[in-house]
Every structure is written in C-alpha cells, then in structure tokens.
Design a protein around this ligand. Structure first.
Ligand code: CA
Length: 175
C-alpha cells in the first residue's frame, strides 16, 4: 500500500515568489503573477491574464515543475475564475525529441472540462501520451515544456484564471 506521500507530489503551489520560475506565459500578450487569494492550496495562486484579440493564451509549466513526471500517472491542477465566460482549452506536451513540427508534440484535446465561474479541477493521464504523428510516446523523463493553451478567440475583454495546486498523482482524483 502506497503512502499518501508516494501517491502525490505538489509541483507548483505559488506560495513564494520563487515559484514564478515554475511557469511561463504562453505569449507576450499574457501576464502572470503570484497573488494572494483564489488559492486551492495554501494562500496564494498564479493569476494568468490573457488579452483579447488573440487566438490563444495561457501558461506553460517550466523548470523544476517538469521534473519527476515519469514516476506518476496523472497531472492534476485547479483553475479558478470569477468570470462567467465558458473557456475551452487544450494541453500540449513536448519532450527532447520535439522539434517545431506539430507531429513531434503530443496534443491533449479530449476529455477536458470547460472552465466557468468557480473552481475546475483538471486531471489528465500523462503516462502514455502518444506523439501527434503516432511514432512513439512522449518521454516524460525528458519533458521540456507542458502547455495549457486557452482558446481565447472570442473573448471581448482580458480573461483571468487562477492556477494553483499543480500536482502529480499515481491515482486519478475523485470526480
Ligand atoms: Ca497555493
């Protein structure tokens, strides 16, 4: 029987300013900042604001947040918004073999929730992510980028969501 410590590892909690190194903005029209409130763990979260007039916004996990994924099965994180906007998004994994072409990435578009007002917990099986061209699986031990791409084509004003409690788990979270 695994202990709770073995079943889950928090990789970004945004409780200190240093945690800003665990994320990057997806594009230069996005701003990210650690803020007090909207937390689902601790007291602070990451505010991600994506500007209108762009097809995509969002954030990437980066740096130390990409370490140790090969020991887990699921990536889980919470997104909270004050906005009523129904926001769709997709995810994308890139490893050492990923180059600029679409086929060398792994895009995750199925089974993801739609964001709305309040908290949404996103859980995605990452243990067997096929590359888009079907050639092989993403090697989580060489993960170099994991993107959360908000589909912001239709927004009329900046869309704000708060990210917190990014963790890896060996079991799927309860719905
Ligand atoms: Ca937190």
């Amino acid at each position: 029987m695994a202990t709770p410590a073995e079943e889950a590892k928090v990789i970004a909690d945004f409780e200190t300013e240093n945690d800003i190194r665990l994320v990057r903005r997806n594009d230069d029209h996005v701003t990210i900042a650690i803020v007090e409130g909207h937390a689902t763990s601790g007291t602070h979260s990451l505010k991600v604001s994506s500007k209108e007039g762009n097809d995509y916004g969002g954030f990437d996990l980066a740096g130390a947040a990409l370490q140790g994924w090969d020991k887990y099965k699921y990536l889980v994180f919470d997104l909270t918004s004050d906005s009523d906007v129904k926001m769709t998004f997709h995810l994308e994994a890139q490893d050492a073999k990923t180059v600029s072409t679409y086929g060398t990435r792994a895009s995750i578009k199925e089974g993801l929730p739609v964001l709305g007002k309040g908290k949404v917990t996103v859980a995605v099986a990452v243990a067997n992510l096929a590359r888009n061209d079907g050639s092989d699986m993403i090697d989580l031990s060489t993960l170099k980028r994991f993107r959360c791409i908000l589909e912001t084509q239709s927004i009329k004003e900046p869309y704000v969501t708060y990210l917190d409690n990014v963790r890896l788990t060996t079991v799927a979270p309860a719905k």
